[in-house]
Structures are given as structure tokens and as C-alpha cells.
Design a protein around this ligand. Sequence first.
Ligand code: MEV
Length: 303
Amino acid sequence: MTRARASGKVILLGEHAVVYGVPALAVGLDRGVEVDVEPAPTSSIVIGERRAETGDGSDMARALDALLGELGAGPVAARARLELPAGSGLGVSAALGVATARAVLGLGSGATSADARARVLAAAAAWESVFHGAPSGVDAAVAESGGCIQFSKSDGIEPVSLGRPLPLVIAVAGPPASTKLMVNEVLRFRARRPTVVEKAFAGIASLVRNARLCLEVGDLPGLGKLMDLNQMLLAGLMVSTEGIERACDVARRAGALGAKLTGAGGGGAVVALADLDPEPLLAAFRRADIECFAATVSAEAAP
Ligand code: MEV
């Protein structure tokens, strides 16, 4: 039996626009997924109560077959434990792909050689494409790298150094949402209103550029303002919900420097940036009956 882990993630800025070539900023979380694999006559994967096996027609089974095919590996029985809610924009699907590929390759929780990392990313992309059609690759990139990264389709992963730790609070604002569906919604909106959507993407690109500078110099108030502005542009792209807006409001009233949806929207999680102490935000979310947890990203958390 081989075991491996991969990080969940939050996108700090740039989701959706990243699908169209704009860079995004993302951080890996300590929470993620752990996967055990062992050779078996036919491939299967168990996640909690759910089991999928080759030939049952499920996306999960097709994704596992695609991943093993990409690695040129034989059939395995995989068992996964999730430390984050699935379908909430926290990168569980990509983390499952990365952790399963690492386990199949016997890499534990971190690959060292560039070649092994590239194989893991290619396998995770094969896995992700079953669920998401044409993902940008940001989720798999940060699940693999951890730390804080800038990712774009053209330039791939660039490590971002943090001037100060990021005291984040993550709140699960809405019901699970499908990334594929939300990416399709933006695609359709863009076909109807190309100018509006292109302007939003251009705005997001400039917010991302400034946010990278804020991250590097540790300007958290500046970063928070840019996150709020990104949330406005995401709402303009019609991917926010009442639940997301309410959670952002709860966070800001409790002193958050900024708050926005993270991931595909349509439900799922909100990321809020605390000033120093995440406790007032956690208490406010709990009072509002919103599931939440703190996730400080340390300045040393190197990709
Ligand atoms: C999902 O976590 C992020 C999106 O930008 C989709 C993608 O990048 O593939 C919405």
C-alpha cells in the first residue's frame, strides 16, 4: 500500500478569468486529501460512502482510468480521505488527482524531481478534464506546489514570496456547486455580452498584478481591498449568490480586510482576509451559522 497527500487551495484573486489566460493568485491549504493505493485486478476508488469502479460509467471511475492511463500504470484500488468539503471551490477534485498520482508513483506527499512533478501534473490534468472539461490548471498546480503561486495558462507556475503571513478564514457559504457548470455559465455570458466580460477580465488582470505586489511586500489592507474589488467583478460575471454576498458581508462587518468567493462560485466557499487575529471572523461566521475554519498561510510556505 502506498499513501500520499495533496493540498486543498483557495484562489485569492483571478478565478474564471484564469480560464481565458489571465493570471490567478492561489495558496495551498494544510487541509487537503490523503489517498492510499494498492495494485488490484480492476481499478476502484472509495471516497467516504461512495465507491466507483472501472466500467460503472461514473465520472470518478473514468477519471481514475484517465489518470492511470496517463501514468501508464496498471489497475489500483484507491481509498481517499477528505479534510475539506467537496464541491466548495477548495480544490478537492484537483487534490484527489494529485494525491492519487503521487501514491501511484510512490512519491509520498511531495515529489522532488521536475520530471516527477510534471508527470503528477499531467496525470492530475487527465483526471480533472473528466470533471471539468477544460480546466485552466490552476487547481492542480497549487495542489501540487502548495505555498503561494501565480498561475497562468501561458506561463504556468510562478512562486510568490509572502512579505507577511496571510491570516485567512474560509467559510462555506453555500451548497456545493459544479465548476463545470459555472465555467459554462461564464462562457455563455461572454457569448451574449463579450464587451462586458472582456472588460471584467481586464479589470481582474490589473487587480491580480497589484495583489501580487501587496503579497510580496506584506500589504494586507491593500490586498483586502483588491479582493473586495475582485468580488464585485465576479458578481458582475453572475457567479456570486445571496449566500456568498451574505458571508462576505458578515466577514467585513467583523473586521475582515477583504472577502470574496473562491473557486467557481454559484455556492461554495468564501475566503476572508483577517487583520491579524482570525478569531473575530470565526466568531462572526459561527454566530451567523456559517461553517468556517482558519487557515494561516505562513510566509515560509514555499511552493
Ligand atoms: C476553479 O477552482 C477555478 C476556475 O477558474 C476554473 C478553472 O480555473 O479551471 C473557476
